[in-house]
Design a protein around this ligand. Structure first.
Ligand code: SAM
Length: 279
């Protein structure tokens, strides 16, 4: 491994076995580790049997820490940056450090691993071809209402972080703004003993969580299914089903043309929607 580099190292979000081999090698190799909370990181390092000097780099001292890290790199050291859990800079400190280090002409090397957004998405069973990550929901109801109103017509899957103190209130605001039938997935305690995925309408998930206080504990990722594309709303499901049915006997293009004659909808639109449904 080369000298004078900053390694941005992902650490587990619950299950310590999710540390990667490369993360361990890098943490062993570097001269110093910049950590969001040095006591927290010390526990991980003890678990891994690694002893290293630690430097605090959190929200309140990041500008100062960035300067110190650049000095360490200038003196020939390798530095790792970690946060309390998951991938640094993803709803975590590290942006100023990475920026100053890059601006000073040093390499910033990613060492990928656990990240709650991706961990939640990959098992949510929601469309993931396109998604938006919006960080933490606003802390106040007024902010959340504004946020949900602004994403009403968003077609991509939305992903947000939420704390246990606000999860019920936030889901209620979501229900008020986006409707009780809005489809969501709440991922809780990912990679930990009580990992749970609640999938369904917001009204049904609120009922489950209100009935069982255990479901209100821990860490949360909330995923919101995007609004149905406008073109889909225009064409009734029956018409799309007809094309899919006909396509069992005919090429898809012919099936769409026949269904277009029968329903009066556009051939190309029916073709596209039936194709999407089949996939
Ligand atoms: N940098 C981290 C990452 O890579 O995901 C996120 C840090 S952010 C300060 C912490 C938030 O991430 C939590 O409040 C929660 O919303 C989400 N989170 C982190 N670990 C989680 C887990 N094991 N299960 C569910 N959500 C988690």
């Amino acid at each position: 491994m080369a000298e004078n580099q900053l390694y941005v190292v992902a650490t587990p979000i619950g299950n310590l076995a999710d540390i990667t081999i490369r993360a361990q090698e890098v943490l062993e190799m570097v001269d110093i580790i910049a950590a969001e909370d040095t006591r927290h990181t010390k526990r991980l390092l003890n678990h891994l049997g690694i002893q290293k000097p630690l430097l605090a780099a959190h929200d309140h001292n990041e500008a100062f820490a960035a300067g110190t890290i650049v000095e360490k790199l200038q003196s020939g050291m390798n530095v790792a940056l970690v946060s309390d859990a998951g991938t640094p800079l993803i709803a975590d400190p590290g942006f100023h450090v990475a920026k100053e280090v890059a601006d000073a002409g040093f390499d910033v090397i990613p060492v990928p691993g656990a990240c709650a957004v991706i961990t939640a998405l990959c098992a949510a069973a929601l469309p993931t071809d396109r998604f938006i990550f919006d960080g933490f929901l606003p802390a106040k109801t007024s902010g959340r209402k504004q946020y949900f109103a602004s994403v009403k017509n968003e077609e991509r899957t939305l992903v947000v972080y939420e704390s246990p103190h606000r999860i019920l209130e936030s889901l209620k605001d979501l229900q008020n703004e986006l409707g009780e039938d809005k489809e969501i997935v709440v991922a809780r305690e990912l990679t930990k003993t009580f990992e749970t995925f609640l999938r369904g309408t917001v009204v049904s998930i609120l009922a489950t969580m209100e009935a069982d206080s255990n479901q209100q504990r821990g860490e949360f990722v909330v995923m919101i299914r995007g609004a149905l594309a406008k073109k889909k709303l225009d064409v009734p499901q029956d018409a799309i089903d007809l094309v899919v049915l006909l396509s069992e006997e005919l090429p898809m293009k012919k099936a769409a043309a026949l269904a277009a004659k029968h329903t009066g909808f556009k051939k190309n639109q029916l073709y596209q929607l039936a194709l999407e449904q089949k996939e």
